[in-house]
Design a protein around this ligand. Structure first.
Ligand code: FMN
Length: 373
């Protein structure tokens, strides 16, 4: 009898070995990357459909939830969930319980969009806030259709402790909602990244200029969040080389190596790096080094890596020691049982990008599980 796993196990085996990450003993190294799906209910409250979606994916070694706003000011897209109202906390509880009942773990990704927002999402129609009054351009998908994003308002220095507090409260609420931990979203051009990268941060105070000052906001948020969540339950996501929302850094190698070195001072569960291979859309430019390898040298903890790695290339990252855990995004959208499929060498379902952000169960909870022939 043929065993579909016989050939694949040698190639994918590194993904299947157990690992201690923070306070968790994980059975393997296939994590679910955070994925915005725009399917929260009224009031941006998670629904039973969201619980079913995450329940189906509970065999990930851990799930990072879709990006979840820490405040109304942090909103930037339609129908994304929050973790700042009592109803949202109550709505998340059945989600976290469903994942736990299946033996899984789920972390809340804490999110503030900053300048990627639009006044239509903001309390009182105010301007979105950022490190500096520099627009990211493009259009926001508001409830009234697509609208150009305006130039944001630069935060006053005296307002920053209040923003740090939004993350602190979001983290406390996430614990109350039953999450196993949280991931600080410091990637993809959102608020924390707007402080880190010098293409956006033009501040001349203690939060701008030299890299250690641009990292100050990240440090303060990390300290606040670790303070309420505790050691071994907080991850941080960074994206050194992609440029969503036209965000860029003039020296990603030194900026993000310093970020990794800085984060090594905190008792994190892991550092999550979104960086594809050189020459891919989220990877370093041709001729530049892989930033994740530079970060690895100065960050002694668990390194999670993501973006555009197929199964075998992902296994290679673990085998060669670049990463400890690999996170998968689109593959988890289409394959709720991705770890089982990898273990068995089973074929993968094809994702449908047309339903990534549409309401309802289609393209969300209706991807079939693999059944051995
Ligand atoms: C539909 C969709 C939604 C996403 N939402 C988020 C998000 O909420 N937070 C985040 O950090 N990244 C988000 N990403 C990026 C993914 O986490 C991941 O980095 C990306 O899909 C590349 O990994 P992959 O090649 O394994 O899919 C999203 C990507 C997609 C396709």
């Amino acid at each position: 009898m043929s065993d579909p796993g016989a050939d694949s196990s040698a190639r994918t085996g590194p993904l299947m070995s157990p690992l201690r990450v923070g306070v968790w003993d994980l059975p393997h190294r296939v994590a679910m990357a955070p994925l915005t799906r725009c399917r929260a209910g009224p009031g941006r409250v998670p629904t039973p459909l969201n619980a079913e979606y995450y329940r189906q994916r509970a065999s990930a070694c851990f799930i990072v939830s879709e990006a979840t706003q820490v405040s109304e000011q942090g909103i930037g897209y339609p129908d994304t969930p929050g973790v700042h109202t009592p109803a949202q906390v109550a709505g998340w509880r059945p989600v976290t319980e469903a994942v736990r009942r299946e033996g899984g773990r789920i972390l809340a990704q804490l999110w503030h969009c900053g300048r990627v927002s639009h006044p239509d999402f903001q309390p009182g129609g105010a301007l979105p806030v950022s490190s500096s009054a520099v627009s990211c351009g493009g259009e926001a998908r508001t409830p009234a259709g697509k609208k150009p994003r305006p130039v944001p308002r630069a935060l006053e220095i005296g307002e920053i402790p209040g923003i740090v507090d939004q993350y602190r409260r979001g983290a406390a609420n996430a614990l109350e909602a039953g999450f196993d931990g949280v991931e600080i979203h410091a990637a993809n051009g959102y608020l924390i990244d707007q402080f880190i990268r010098d293409g956006c941060n033009r501040r001349t105070d203690a939060y701008g200029g030299p890299v250690d000052q641009r990292l100050r906001f990240l440090r303060e948020v990390t300290e606040a969040v670790v303070g309420v969540v505790g050691p071994g339950r907080v991850g941080v996501r960074l994206s050194p080389t992609n440029s969503p929302g036209y965000i860029e850094d003039s020296e990603p190698e030194s900026t993000f190596t310093r970020a990794a070195e800085t984060l090594a001072a905190y008792p994190l569960a892991y550092l999550h790096v979104l960086e594809g291979l050189p020459g891919t859309p989220t990877g370093p430019a041709a001729g530049r080094p892989r930033v994740v390898e530079l970060m690895r040298r100065v960050f002694p903890g668990v390194m999670v890596l993501n973006s555009g790695y197929g199964i075998e290339l992902a296994a290679e990252q673990v085998r060669s020691g670049v990463a400890d855990v690999m996170a998968f995004g689109v593959a988890f959208i289409a394959n709720p049982d991705l770890p089982e499929r990898i273990r068995a060498g089973a074929p993968l379902n094809t994702p449908n990008p047309g339903t990534f952000y549409t309401p309802g169960p289609v393209g969300y909870t209706d991807y079939p599980r693999w059944t051995p022939a």
